[in-house]
Design a protein around this ligand. Structure first.
Ligand code: B3K
Ligand code: ZN
Length: 900
């Protein structure tokens, strides 16, 4: 049977058959290679879009001003699941022989040097559950086009290096969709009776991934921002009706971001209006569409009744991130998707700096490092390991990763460390001056940094091309006679998928020194300047310091100055000296973490020889207890830092230390350390809680730090359910009106299997049943519990009224959270695998992007004990045989099963 498409006059017959479609689906998805890049053969200077919005039958009329850039006369436009209704060139309908259309491609032959193409497509937004392209989010029309979603709206050159000026007309029913929005400025409005129409114009040429459209009914929070060149920008925040009381914080964050970018980066907003729309159904956090950001409501809506401090901080950082994209991403965009880190790494760096300048720099830095160490290092050692600028991609959506984003940001930060703030900003200024309005590469960015600073970054470029986590081994020697201290440094980079041989990297290693008594010690270079930064460049390198009159200990990787693993032998005394005398907060925290890790690893080793030992396997060194006691009693300690010091590595972090992950021993060791710390420290922990000032309304750093500390102490104490004082405190904390404290108490109780856990969960659900974002916390707290008794509990929650298979937030809160619960996911029964792989199968057809996120933690099956390996491999093989396996899943499953 032939699919035929009616045009206004004739029947288009050059449309593919349905047999062809299913045939195509069976062929394996093809990988694209970075080095195959070719410049576009056509320009599309102007795009005029008209959307006639109907939930199940939307018509899109697209007029493209196309220009040939060379001799090629055949134009191939991208599409995905499209049905073509009409096709004209310069006002004349094309004959069948002049084009070929499939649902995934529109080929037009013999194109003149310039012309206007008119392409009409028909869409069903209501049926779009993948949330890419044009879809309905709880009744609101919205779009998501990055990376390749625009091709689900109309046929186009869907690649980031084709920049066009857009004019967008939106027509919809007036009563259901009073607000019709698109990029740029509204230039005309018309009442059409039952329906109405608004025309938007965006003067800045942009790639189609930045196109956006929204139609719906909202409450609007309006404000203004006056730029430093005295232009007034209208700020509009659109939220679901009734949500205005939760919108103020996001608006404040936006204004802070606009001001900060002017002051720190010298970058000023360009349009007259900046709109943000919050929607409930969204695959990621938010999207930086030009002038019209679309946000997951999770990163907009917040007040102190419903949001934790972490939620507020996340809102601020995501609002900042999307705003900062206006320059790093929108004005200067990516040439191709392999360059994604050009905009994402840089913009994450910028949002990290924004949060650090406005909040708690050292705490943020430790948290950034924790993300890299737990999640990015994990990705680096998985079959999906890739450089921050990948070389090979099957499904682009699989590369919005912690490597491209967070390691990408660390690479930018290393440039900042090497060049200093002034040098870095000189490079930024040159980058903007050279490339404003262009689609460029990571190489262009590095060249700007190089040229602005007259430095050679040739070796540094390896950070863009080599995947994997560099290991740096350090040995210290002190020669008392010669008063000479030496650091012997060796670096190596493990092989990763497709990359067996690696070259030494250029690594900035910040250092500081202490003596044995734990006092800071300054070591100087030959010119007499204090040494704070070593630049590693060779596989083996020696750093020699003269005039050192006593043995010293080096604090290595201060401020987490590179995304690397540093390996150095440290005994208890050395760790204590570093903790006592370290000036860098990251180093002090890191030394405590090393102490915990050593303790845990000793216990795991014992448990591996005798699993019967259980909790007796773990001996907490008395020096560690004493140290924590002292820290708890110091009156001048930074409370947030103290909280971080008291947080022991979790099961996932500990699993990083093993090539074969001893799942059960890890869980036992971590539980035992947590428990023993609670017992040993109960008095000072209770004292901290008793002394808290509880300024529950305040969001300043001190109040946030205090709540962090209270929650950390309570998480430990809740294990002591026979302590009445603890129980009274736990109950009163749960009764708090402040969500950070209330949720802290809930989490403490649930994760410690405290007798109050069930009552707290029930009360919480009763109170917050109507607020889905709050109920996501309720789902997550259960999914992440180390005390989870059986996977069935989580499976049952998928059937509860708080869960919804269509909504990514619910899936992330329950199922993605569960995939990070090491012991439960990898339970020897295999039930964890069945739950997650079952969910992946279900989502394969409805929302493959979300399915693919659930799959990542399963890719490391080769690192598991034999029993788990067998069970998980079986599940993965059966997944790989699924009919119509989405490319997102195909890429990962294939990679993990074929890896050597
Ligand atoms: N650029 C978007 C991410 C798009 C993801 C597409 N799968 C959000 C951000 O990084 O700002
Ligand atoms: Zn981004």
């Amino acid at each position: 049977m032939t699919d035929t498409v009616q045009t206004s006059g004739s029947t288009l017959t050059s449309v593919q058959t349905s047999e062809q479609t299913s045939e195509q689906a069976k062929t394996a998805p093809q990988a694209k290679l970075r080095l195959d890049y070719q410049a576009p053969l056509f320009a599309i200077d102007e795009v005029d879009l008209v959307f006639d919005l109907q939930p199940t039958a939307t018509t899109v009329v697209s007029e493209l001003k196309v220009r040939r850039l060379g001799d090629e006369t055949t134009l191939v436009l991208d599409g995905e699941q499209l049905s073509l209704v009409e096709l004209q060139l310069d006002g004349v309908e094309l004959e069948a022989k002049q084009f070929h259309a499939t649902s995934n491609k529109l080929t037009i032959f013999n194109l003149p040097s310039e012309g206007t193409l008119r392409v009409v497509t028909k869409l069903n937004p209501l049926a779009n559950t993948a949330l890419e392209g044009l879809y309905l989010s709880a009744g609101t029309f919205c779009t998501q086009c990055e990376a390749e979603g625009f091709r689900r709206i109309t046929y186009f050159l869907d690649r980031p290096d084709v920049l066009s000026v857009y004019r967008t007309t939106v027509i919809a029913d007036k009563a259901s969709y009073p607000y019709l929005l698109a990029n740029g400025n509204a230039i005309a409005r018309e009442d059409l009776g039952q329906r109405h129409k608004v025309i938007w114009h965006d003067p800045f040429p942009k790639p189609c991934y930045l196109f956006a459209l929204v139609a719906g009914d909202f409450d609007v929070l309006r404000d203004t921002f006056v730029t430093r060149d005295h232009r007034t920008v209208a700020l509009e925040l659109f939220v679901d009706k009734g949500n205005l009381p939760k919108a103020d914080y996001a608006m404040g964050a936006l204004k802070r971001a606009m001001k900060w970018d002017e002051e720190r980066f010298n970058l000023v907003y360009d349009l007259d209006i900046y709109m943000i729309v919050a929607v409930d159904f969204f695959n990621m956090g938010a999207m930086e569409n030009k002038g019209l950001n679309i946000f997951n409501s999770k990163y907009v809506l917040a007040n102190d009744k419903t949001a934790t401090d972490q939620d507020f901080l996340n809102v601020e950082s995501v609002i900042g991130h999307e705003y900062f994209h206006n320059w790093t991403g929108n004005r200067i965009t990516c040439r191709d998707w392999f360059q994604l880190s050009l905009k994402e790494g840089l913009t994450v760096f910028r949002d990290q700096e924004f949060s650090a300048d406005l909040g708690m720099r050292s705490v943020n830095r430790i948290q950034d490092a924790r993300i890299i160490r737990t999640h990015q290092f994990d990705e680096d050692s998985s079959p999906m390991a890739h450089p921050i600028r990948p070389d090979r991609v099957v499904e682009m959506n699989n590369f919005y990763t912690v490597t491209v984003y967070n390691k990408g940001a660390e690479v930018i930060r290393m440039l900042h460390t090497l060049l200093g703030e002034e040098g870095f900003q000189r490079g930024m200024a040159m980058y903007v001056e050279r490339h404003d309005g262009q689609a460029v590469t990571c190489e262009d960015f590095v060249c700007a940094m190089e040229d602005a600073n007259q430095v050679d970054l040739s070796q540094f470029r390896l950070w863009y091309s080599q995947a994997g986590t560099p290991h740096v081994y350090v040995e210290e020697h002190y020669d008392a006679e010669k008063q000479c201290f030496t650091l012997d440094v060796t670096q190596s980079l493990p092989a990763t998928t497709g990359q067996n041989h690696k070259l030494p990297m250029h690594i900035p290693l910040r250092v500081e020194f202490v003596n044995k008594a734990g006092q800071p010690k300054q070591l100087n270079d030959e010119q007499g300047h204090a040494v704070t930064l070593l630049e590693l460049r060779k596989a083996r390198q020696q750093f020699v310091f003269h005039g050192v009159n006593e043995p010293v200990i080096a604090g290595l990787l201060a401020d987490f100055s590179a995304p690397i693993r540093v390996e150095v032998q440290r005994n208890e005394q050395q760790l204590l000296a570093l903790i006592a005398g370290g000036r860098d907060p990251f180093l002090r925290w890191d030394a405590v973490q090393t102490f915990y890790l050593q303790t845990l690893k000793n216990a795991v080793a014992l448990l591996q020889t005798d699993p019967q030992l259980e909790h007796q396997a773990l001996q907490v060194p008395s020096a560690l207890i004493q140290l924590l006691q002292q820290e708890l009693e110091r009156t001048n300690t930074d409370q947030a830092l103290l909280a971080l010091l008291l947080q022991i590595p979790n099961e996932e972090a500990l699993s990083q230390e093993y090539d074969c992950i001893p799942v059960e021993a890890i869980a036992t060791a971590v539980a035992s350390l947590r428990n023993q710390l609670a017992v040993a420290l109960q008095a000072p922990l209770l004292k901290v809680i008793a002394q808290a000032r509880n300024e529950i309304q305040s969001l300043d750093s001190e109040a946030i730090a205090e709540r962090m500390l209270v929650n950390t102490c309570m998480a430990l104490l809740a294990q002591l359910s026979d302590n009445d004082q603890v129980n009274v405190r736990l109950q009163s904390q749960f009764a708090s009106d402040n969500m950070t404290l209330k949720f802290g108490a809930l989490q403490a109780a649930v994760h410690a299997a405290h007798p109050y856990a069930k009552t707290f969960l029930d009360e919480f659900a009763q109170h917050w049943a109507q607020d889905v974002l709050v109920m996501d916390k309720w789902l997550a707290v259960q999914a992440t519990s180390p005390q989870l008794e059986s996977v069935t509990e989580i499976a049952n929650l998928t059937g509860s009224k708080y869960f919804n298979w269509q909504n990514p937030n619910r899936i992330y809160a329950l199922l993605a959270a569960f995939t990070h619960n090491l012991a439960a996911l990898h339970h020897a029964s295999g039930e964890g695998y069945q739950l997650i792989v079952g969910a992946i199968r279900r989502l394969n057809t409805t929302n493959p992007q979300v399915a693919s996120r659930l799959l990542s933690p399963l890719l490391k099956w080769r690192k598991l004990p034999t029993k788990q390996q067998v069970l998980l491999k079986k599940e993965l093989i059966s997944l790989s045989r699924l009919d119509n396996l989405a490319p997102d899943l195909y890429e990962k499953v294939n990679q993990t099963l074929t890896e050597n």
